[in-house]
Design a protein around this ligand. Structure first.
Ligand SMILES: [Zn+2]
Length: 438
């Protein structure tokens, strides 16, 4: 198990000791190690290097990455087990992606990978100023091959904090647990927190008198691309006097980006990932320009990834953070490349619709649906469940969408039960508010 010793010598993110130059030198060395490791152990990359006539000895620095092909989600999906670099019997934990786009991909972790995963969330907690004196209430699934659950659990173990495995859902139970066990930190999906706030209000429970001081928000944005709290973030902040921390992570990269107390973008962990933001031609973009987040894993034994295109669009921030860490940060993900909607002459990501719909108090929940017509054009329908029957305020929603998007999608009113049915269709693990039939 994790004894806290995993790469403690390399804690750049938390120790604030390493300069940019030291980080660059470290990453160049780690990259060369990775390329040799892949060439010796990865059936997929061995084949790629052969096909593309790549001599791994020639790749010396992170800047040389552009000489290598990228890896796409489709590659990982089509050749999932060819990415495995260890004998299958050495896998100690099988995690899978949620399959938001297509079928799930399995990521097999070795013992060392599990320690790396723990170290990654240990670092995340430290970045958010959380210590061994905190009690962390995990409001997320620890089963169903969900990586984040086990990652936060192991990270909290490494930190030496108290852990409450609250699981997802069940407002009454979560509030009872908070009052009984006095956690100081929650790890949760922000839209669940918003619903918890509403539930507590209905029951006359004062959340500000609870022990909770910080919430690590996973799976959804609480900020916009300018790092300002979005509607969801603001609604939580206005109702609960806690510090919110935005995060970004994916199963494939086995690493999280977590904000520090400055709330200025998710800090990169350079000991665990090489980060590139790529344009359409797979060339790196400079700081501040939005492109596809592309990662190369460092220190992964089971299924390391080289130039893996996450499909998520963001920009990186290069100015040093006020917290003193030298690492780069990333903006919230403004959308998934595949989810870009082209509707009546405008282009938008589902996230911008989420941001608008989350500002409307009378909406209980919703689903955005995109289909494609015979002409190859996108059709957009927003399915809405209202909180109260008499609050079906069409005109307000119409006006808000029209002014924000300059176009008006179709709006359909459904019961909350029907919305929930749509969100969890096909037995998906995650609540899905964007359904893409294209
Ligand atoms: Zn910072």
């Amino acid at each position: 198990m994790c004894d806290g010793s995993y790469r403690k010598d390399l804690i750049m993110n938390t120790a604030k000791e390493k300069s940019r130059e030291e980080i660059m030198v470290f990453q160049d060395v780690e990259l060369q190690k990775l390329l040799h490791y892949l060439n010796n152990n990865s059936p997929y990359y061995k084949n790629q290097f052969a096909i593309n006539k790549i001599a791994v000895d020639k790749i010396k620095t992170v800047a040389d990455l552009t000489l290598l092909p990228v890896t796409t989600k489709d590659d990982l999906h089509a050749h999932n087990w060819d990415f495995l670099c260890i004998p299958k019997k050495e896998i100690v934990e099988f995690c899978s992606t949620s399959g938001t786009l297509g079928n799930p991909v399995t990521i097999g972790l070795s013992e060392k990978d599990l320690q790396r995963l723990a170290f990654n969330e240990y670092n995340s907690f430290v970045t958010a100023g959380i210590t061994s004196l905190d009690t962390i209430h995990l409001m997320l699934s620890l089963d169903r091959q969900f990586m984040a659950g086990i990652a936060y659990f192991l990270g909290a173990r490494m930190l030496g904090a108290g852990i409450i495995r609250g699981g997802p859902g069940n407002f009454a139970m979560q509030l009872e647990t908070i009052s009984r066990l006095q956690p100081t930190v929650l790890v949760a999906v922000p839209s669940f927190i918003m619903s918890l706030v509403t539930y507590a209000k209905d029951k006359n429970i004062d959340l500000n008198s609870t022990s909770v001081r910080k919430i690590i928000c996973i799976g959804e944005n609480i900020r916009d691309e300018h790092l300002k709290l979005n509607a969801l973030g603001e609604r939580i902040a206005n109702n609960w006097n806690v510090t919110l921390f935005s995060t970004y992570a994916s199963t494939e990269q086995q690493t999280a980006f977590t904000e520090c107390q400055c709330g200025n973008g998710g800090h990169h962990q350079p000991e665990l990932l090489i980060l590139e933001i790529l344009d359409e031609a797979n060339m790196p973009l400079p700081a501040g320009e939005f492109g596809e987040l592309t990662i190369t894993t460092l220190g992964v034994e089971g299924m390391p990834l080289l130039r893996y295109k996450t499909g998520d669009v963001c920009a990186y921030i290069n100015e040093p953070c006020k917290c003193g860490r030298t690492t780069m940060r990333i903006t919230p993900i403004i959308g998934r490349k595949k989810q870009l909607i082209k509707f009546k002459g405008t282009t938008l990501y589902p996230q911008s619709l989420f941001n608008i719909l989350n500002t409307i108090e009378s909406i209980e929940d919703y689903v955005i649906e995109v289909t494609q017509n015979d002409l190859g054009l996108d059709n957009l329908t927003i399915h809405i469940a209202f909180k109260l029957e008499n609050e079906r305020d069409f005109s307000q929603i119409g006006q808000l969408l029209q002014s924000a998007l300059r176009v008006l999608p179709a709006i359909k009113i459904l019961s909350l039960a029907d919305i929930h049915k749509m969100q969890l269709g096909d037995g998906k693990r995650k609540v899905n508010r964007f359904i893409d039939f294209r």
